[in-house]
Design a protein around this ligand. Structure first.
Ligand SMILES: Nc1ncnc2c1ncn2[C@@H]1O[C@H](COP(=O)(O)OP(=O)(O)OP(=O)(O)O)[C@@H](O)[C@H]1O
Length: 679
């Protein structure tokens, strides 16, 4: 790396930064002119010819506000790579597209098709790339670069990649855009229609891949996804806040990030489920129960008091119309067959009744009655009574209430699907629904009426998907309009009572009722670990064979790192010592303990900067430079918060805890270590 070359790159970086400022000023100008006075609450755009069109102002606000955020001058280098093509052209690759005054690109957006070559080219498969340059940087400052001359067959082990991976974690998750690896890039850039299911050992970059895929899709399928939106579903709010900064730095601030609880409103539930009740409410069979609870209300013409002799008599002023039993049964059958929701089916039967009466009226009077007549006809007593008997008016609340409080109704809805004991566990108070009740309500609602298009998404990224129950999978699948999904997880880290044992089963639940076309699923396994150093992953991998899952162990690309096993008769003192030692180094320290003990340790370590205490059941997805795992034997046997334990779950919590460390791990114990940790 010559000084001159580096200086030229620094100059280019400055130039690009200055041009970004010009682009920002231009956008700000547009914003002020057209959208500046746009007030979301009053829809008042102020005066002036162009501004008087509030839709235009709204569109400009939609365009300029995210673009301004995107062009903000952050403490991040503007480009991180460069490629020289065989035809002599060369491109800098960065986070944003930046052009000069003539409109020529100074920096290509990493999501642009050409940037694929930067990530994928190798000495074996050059993809027209002659040379690749990777830049090292500190914040917004370029510090150096390394070159690979692919024409000469060079492939260098990148120190810059190593540095980036080993960089201390100081806060929330960062993007990996500068160092995306080829196998990750292939997943990130799969076309929008593909449903992906990625199994990956801890730290193999699943979350990173999912978030970068969301950003890539939004950039490349703007028209489709800007409107339909992208949803990211994560396991808990702590995890969401940990990942919340990644998409904005990638230029996307519009992605909705939620937990599955937030989708159903379960995070505000008024009561809790017992472990046994939760098991039933999350079970796939509940979908059948809900279906029957709704559609079981549909009867036959005979239920509406109609006989073959009498038919349904409808008084219409001086006239009387008569609809036969066969006609009505046919109408009910057709509505059941051709409509997707209960509400639409009810309307179809009503319409058929009107249609039948209208035909008779036309024959008698020679002209067709109008819509007012039709509305009146639906309100006649005989039609109302008939409808109430064969297709009563319902809403989600009433069905849920019956299921929770009406033992006879519950027995009918669950017969042959649940055992009597299981059915009894559904009994509850509708005024204080539990999280499980809200899952059921969501399922019932899907039978009642179609979702608003604004409630479904063009793409959904689901992280830690192994932990979702069949009923939760269905909740998420229902939010997928005609879009696709990216499913990420690790069967070995499944810790809920309903954790998936196989991805094909889980994808079946996520493909409920054809909402997601699971025949197009591509299954992949990631095994290269970027988080946990090899020595630490080797320790965690001792536990893996005891977890009763068929997954490949991670192999780390990191040769740094270390771990200590510290026996401490006084655990609290042992933890304090381990934390003090850990704080001598840079970065964040995570103390992970069985849920009950974590509460006490929080008090013990309160106010200690750079230290977070995490319950073992909530550690999933997080990472710390130094992790202190406290009393593994206790993590293995302790009940998790909420009492939702399953056989062997403690060992999985231990596996999760042991795989959170980026550099160093200290295991503090007073009891013997679990035998599963032995070599
Ligand atoms: N290509 C990469 N370059 C640099 N860092 C990377 C790369 N891929 C992943 N990482 C980093 O490795 C760490 C682990 O990644 P991530 O959290 O996405 O893994 P995961 O598979 O979701 O892990 P877990 O199963 O434990 O939740 C993160 O800090 C991430 O930024």
């Amino acid at each position: 790396m010559s000084e001159n070359e580096l200086q030229a790159e620094l100059d280019h970086h400055e130039h690009a930064r200055a041009q970004m400022a010009v682009m920002r000023d231009l956008t700000e100008g547009i914003h002020k002119l057209y959208a500046g006075d746009f007030d979301e609450s009053t829809r008042n755009l102020g005066l002036g010819d162009v501004r008087s069109d509030h839709l235009f102002g709204w569109a400009m606000a939609n365009y300029t506000v995210p673009r301004l955020a995107d062009l903000a001058d952050r403490d991040i280098a503007i480009f991180f790579g460069r490629i020289w093509m065989d035809d002599g052209e060369d491109f800098h690759i960065g986070r944003r597209h930046i052009r000069d005054e003539a409109g020529d690109p100074l920096v290509l957006d990493w999501r642009a098709p050409l940037a694929e070559q930067y990530y994928r080219a190798s000495a074996h498969d050059r993809r027209d790339v002659a040379r690749r340059r990777r830049f090292g940087f500190q914040g917004a400052r370029i510090t150096g670069f390394e070159d690979e001359n692919l024409l000469l067959g060079e492939e260098v082990a990148s120190d810059i990649l190593t540095e980036e991976i080993e960089r201390p974690r100081t806060g929330p998750m960062r993007d990996i855009v500068a160092t995306i690896q080829p196998e990750q890039d292939e997943l990130i850039r799969r076309e929008a229609a593909v449903n992906l299911c990625v199994q990956g050992a801890p730290g193999t970059g699943k979350t990173a891949v999912g978030l970068h895929r969301a950003a890539w899709l939004l950039y490349n399928y703007t028209e489709k996804l800007d409107k339909a939106g992208v949803l990211v579903v994560g396991p808990n709010e702590g995890f969401l806040s940990y990942i919340s900064g990644v998409l904005p730095t990638l230029g996307e601030s519009s992605v909705w990030q939620v937990t599955v609880h937030q989708l159903t409103g379960a995070h505000t539930a008024g009561a809790a489920d017992t472990h046994e009740a939760a098991l039933v409410k999350h079970d796939a069979r509940m979908a059948l129960v809900c279906e029957r609870a709704v559609w079981g209300h549909v009867g036959t013409a005979a239920d509406g008091g109609v006989t073959a002799d009498d038919g349904l008599l409808i008084a219409d002023g001086g006239w009387r119309w008569r609809l036969g039993q066969t006609y009505l049964d046919e109408a009910i059958r057709n509505a059941r067959k051709h409509t997707r929701t209960y509400t639409a089916g009810r309307k179809a039967v009503e319409d058929a009744i009107v249609q039948g009466a209208r035909r008779q009226a036309e024959i008698r009077s020679g002209h067709s009655p109008d819509n007012k007549w039709a509305t009146k006809l639906k309100r006649t007593e005989s039609v109302r009574d008939f409808m109430e008997a064969v297709w009563p008016k319902l809403n989600t609340k009433t069905v849920l209430k019956k299921l929770l409080t009406d033992a006879a109704f519950r027995a009918d809805a669950t017969r042959g699907i649940l055992t009597e004991d299981e059915a009894a566990l559904l009994a509850g108070k509708p005024a204080k629904p539990t999280p499980g009740d809200l899952l059921i309500a969501d399922e019932i609602e899907s039978h009642m009426k179609l979702r608003e298009p604004s409630e479904s998404f063009g793409h959904i990224v689901i992280d830690e998907a192994q932990d979702l129950s069949p009923m939760q999978c269905r909740v998420i699948a229902r939010r997928s309009g005609k879009g696709s999904i990216t499913v990420l997880g690790d069967l070995a880290q499944g810790t809920t009572p309903w954790a998936a044992a196989s991805w094909t089963d889980q994808m079946r639940h996520l493909g409920k009722d054809g909402a997601v076309d699971t025949s197009t699923v591509e299954y992949t396994e990631l095994t290269t670990g970027f988080r946990v150093p090899a020595v630490i992953i080797a320790l965690a991998n001792r536990v893996l064979p005891h977890l009763d899952v068929d997954v490949a162990p991670a192999r780390s690309i990191r040769s740094d790192g270390s771990y200590d096993l510290v026996e401490a008769p006084d655990l609290d003192a042992g933890v304090e010592q381990a934390v003090a030692k850990a704080l001598a180094e840079e970065g964040l320290v995570g103390v992970i303990a069985a849920d009950d003990r974590a509460a006490g340790l929080k008090t013990l370590l309160e106010g200690t900067e750079r230290v977070e205490v995490v319950a073992a059941s909530l550690a999933k997805g997080l990472e710390y430079d130094h992790v202190v795992v406290v009393e593994p034997a206790e993590i293995v046997t302790a009940p998790a918060t909420g009492g939702a334990t399953i056989e062997g779950v403690g060992l999985r919590h231990l596996y999760v805890a042991l795989t959170r460390a980026v550099s160093r791990l200290t295991v503090v114990h007073s009891r013997p270590l679990p035998r599963e940790m032995e070599a």
